[in-house]
Ligand binder design. Structure first.
Ligand SMILES: C[S@@+](CC[C@H](N)C(=O)[O-])C[C@H]1O[C@@H](n2cnc3c(N)ncnc32)[C@H](O)[C@@H]1O
Length: 234
């Protein structure tokens, strides 16, 4: 086990531990905000780019690839947890492979797609910086990289609005969950800096609102490789 309680390694360990209850809660539609807002929001965002092929990064048990397949989109899902990939493959709807963000960042996972998407899966620090940095290299001309994540406004809670590691919690989930993953809180500015620093140009921001709370349930960033944007502008 990793000694540092606030680290990318601890995130992976936590998801290995919680693969079974996570698969169950997703398949039983047990997360209300997903059912009322964020699932449709990310499917709509991906379809708005009319992709032929999609890479789902940190795909978990694979629901998004299956949802996109229902719209005729060919999807590949990758995740570091073999148990989640086995559950995804068993349910079908796409191609699923075990791969870590570190592998993708290092160029050890070869793929080329119209859209790469990460749905609530960019949780850590260096691993996330690395995989986002690889996106311009795997997106086809005209393609995009789409991220749905916790909205910094609502996720900040009572702590200072400051980028940095935070302890995790499974509050609101059942007792089947244990060993919560730490996470790296990013302010809005920090997300924008990450995209700019990794050669991605922000083309659209969406803030899906939960109708039951009136607050943003998430933020969706739609980005394109910056050099491709310059190329098409000339
Ligand atoms: C909150 S779950 C989201 C899963 C899925 N995208 C969904 O919408 O249900 C976060 C996922 O990120 C994956 N993940 C976290 N760190 C990773 C890493 N370094 N490499 C690959 N996958 C990672 C976890 O295994 C987990 O499946």
């Amino acid at each position: 086990m990793s000694e540092d309680p606030l680290s990318d390694d601890r995130i992976v360990e936590s998801w290995r531990t919680n693969a079974t209850p996570w698969t169950e809660v997703i398949r039983e539609r047990g997360i209300e905000s997903r059912n009322v807002v964020t699932n449709d929001a990310i499917v709509d965002a991906v379809l708005s780019r009319s992709p032929g092929s999609v890479l789902d990064i940190g795909c978990g048990e694979g629901w998004l690839v299956r949802a996109l397949a229902a719209h005729g989109v060919k999807g590949t899902g990758v995740d570091v947890v073999p148990e989640l990939i086995a559950a995804a493959a068993q349910a079908g709807g796409g191609d699923f492979q075990v791969a870590s963000y570190e592998m993708i960042a290092a160029g050890d996972f070869h793929v080329s797609v119209d859209v790469a998407v990460a749905n609530f899966s960019l949780i850590g620090k260096d691993a996330v910086d690395g995989v986002v940095g690889r996106m311009p290299g795997i997106i086809e001309p005209g393609g995009s990289f789409i991220v749905q994540t916790l909205h910094p406004l609502t996720a900040c809670g009572d702590l200072p609005y400051q980028t940095g590691w935070r302890s995790g919690s499974w509050a609101g989930f059942s007792d089947a969950f244990s060993d919560p993953a730490p996470w790296y809180f990013r302010t809005m500015q920090s997300w924008l800096d990450l995209f700019a620093d990794t050669g991605l140009r922000l083309v659209e921001v969406r803030e899906p609102v939960n109708p039951r709370t009136g607050k943003p349930a998430s933020v969706i960033f739609i980005t394109e490789p910056a050099c491709q944007s310059i190329g098409t502008a000339i």
